[in-house]
Design a protein around this ligand. Structure first.
Ligand code: S3P
Length: 429
């Protein structure tokens, strides 16, 4: 399945329940390892990125078992100081979430270890965690600000730290380190990054409280974390591809069931609604401290919009899919304040601009964003490559569903990192 051809498709109808949220799956697994006792996690995402976290934890001496049929995970917690020094570097694959969250745990774990990953991961910025971890007293070396990171045992202290960019991975790394520090830690950040770490750790008994407008105050753990017995909400970042697909394919009326609608993640819905999309939340409830809803999407014609500021943070993973919506809309879409997109699995501004241009879209990049002049149609009719980025792969396939001529996507298998069901749900193979 290295390459797929995506073309106009029948309307999306019926219902689909997305797999467990990627961010929640990473956190449930890692926090379960930090707890005392056995945790059970249902609807755990079985994808390349979570398999990276599973592999690393096994190498750190954590016992877990995963039923890949039912997506049920059990983890025997070892506590923050109970990890075994790994014999070889820990391989985080392509998963920056695995890397950055584990770094926070390893900084205070009292063991020597090396944290590494794929060639792609080695290109991503890691000083954003290494610098504040050092402020906390961590003994960590980087390869000129990139992976691998080399940790030696160290005692951590509580700090006050203002994150220069809104990042849930950095915030979570520091919250996890703060759990083993000698005093409280105060973290502030410039925007509303996802708050799943705060919610889940609080539910497990840690003292992690929100700070206005954005940030968290963390007290060192006074008692062991309680194990989890939980079912995870569906991934809105995976659902976003289907929301865009159902919006763009005429005649669609599609229901996405039990999807997480944490307000730090629903920026894509706000942006698409501003463009004229027909998206309705039904049956709102909560699952394990996270708001969920069924999301009904009916096809609609879109118009251009502008996105900047906090909205960028609340839809940070959804820009590749959003670009397809903007390309298929009538009128101009402008995005600013989004330089972070250049630090993801690929430089998503440069990579998507080159590919959408190859598909006949009028698109221009800015250092911190892009402009798309939508004409209401995507010409298509080209072969484009995913650049090793799962969300680029899925977005290019999405373009094919709405384009005049088919789109061939090379490197399509990258979708297995986060959304293995994607081809099945959209009838691609
Ligand atoms: C994530 C945070 C985001 C997001 C990533 C998952 C998380 O990264 O892009 O896919 O689970 O904390 P940043 O924190 O770097 O923005």
């Amino acid at each position: 399945m290295d390459q797929t051809v995506s073309r106009r498709t029948a309307p999306l109808t019926g219902a689909y329940r997305p797999e467990g949220d990627k961010s929640l799956s990473h956190r449930a697994l890692l926090f379960a390892a930090l707890a005392e006792g056995t945790s059970t996690v249902r609807r755990f995402l079985v994808g390349g990125v979570t398999k990276a976290m599973l592999r690393c934890l096994r190498d750190l001496g954590v016992a877990w078992s995963l039923d890949e049929e039912t997506h049920t995970l059990t983890v025997r917690g070892v506590g923050p100081k109970g990890f075994r020094a790994p014999a070889a570097p820990l391989n985080c694959g392509n998963s920056a979430t695995t890397f950055r969250l584990l770094a926070g745990v390893l900084a205070g774990a009292g063991i020597p270890c090396v944290l590494d990953g794929s060639e792609g991961l080695r290109k991503r910025p890691m000083n954003r965690i290494a610098d504040p971890l050092r402020l906390m007293g961590a003994a960590v070396e980087t390869a000129e600000g990139r992976a691998p990171l080399i940790f030696a045992p160290a005692s951590l202290k509580g700090v006050t730290y203002a994150l220069p960019v809104a990042s849930a991975q950095v915030k979570s790394c520091l919250i996890l380190a703060a759990l083993t520090a000698d005093g409280p830690t105060l973290l502030t950040e410039p925007g509303p990054s996802r708050d799943h770490t705060e919610r889940m750790l609080s539910a497990m008994g840690a003292s992690v409280t929100p700070v206005a407008p954005y940030g968290a105050r963390v007290e060192p753990l006074m008692a062991p974390l309680r194990p989890l017995d939980t079912e995870l909400a569906g991934d809105i970042s995976s659902a976003a591809f289907l929301i865009v697909a159902a919006t763009l394919v005429p005649g669609s009326d599609f229901l996405l069931e039990r999807v997480g609608i944490n307000p730090t993640r629903t920026g894509i819905v706000d942006a698409l609604r501003a463009m004229g999309a027909d998206i309705v939340f039904e049956n709102e409830s909560s699952m394990a401290g996270e708001p969920v809803a069924d999301i009904r999407v009916r096809a609609a014609s879109l118009r251009g919009t502008s996105v900047s500021g906090d909205l960028v943070v609340r839809m940070i993973d959804e820009f590749p899919a959003f670009m397809i919506a903007a390309a298929a809309a009538q009128g101009e879409t402008i995005v600013r304040d989004a330089a972070e997109l250049r630090t993801k699995e690929s430089d998503r501004i440069a990579v998507m601009t080159a590919r959408l241009r190859a598909l006949g879209v009028d698109m221009e990049e800015y250092p911190d964003g892009f402009r798309i002049r939508g004409t209401g149609r995507i010409p298509g009719g080209a072969a484009v490559d995913a650049q090793g980025d799962h969300r680029v792969a899925m977005s290019l396939a999405l373009a094919g569903l709405a384009a005049d001529r088919p789109v061939t996507v090379a490197g399509f298998e990258m979708l297995n990192e986060s959304f293995p069901d994607f081809p099945k749900v959209l009838g691609l193979c």
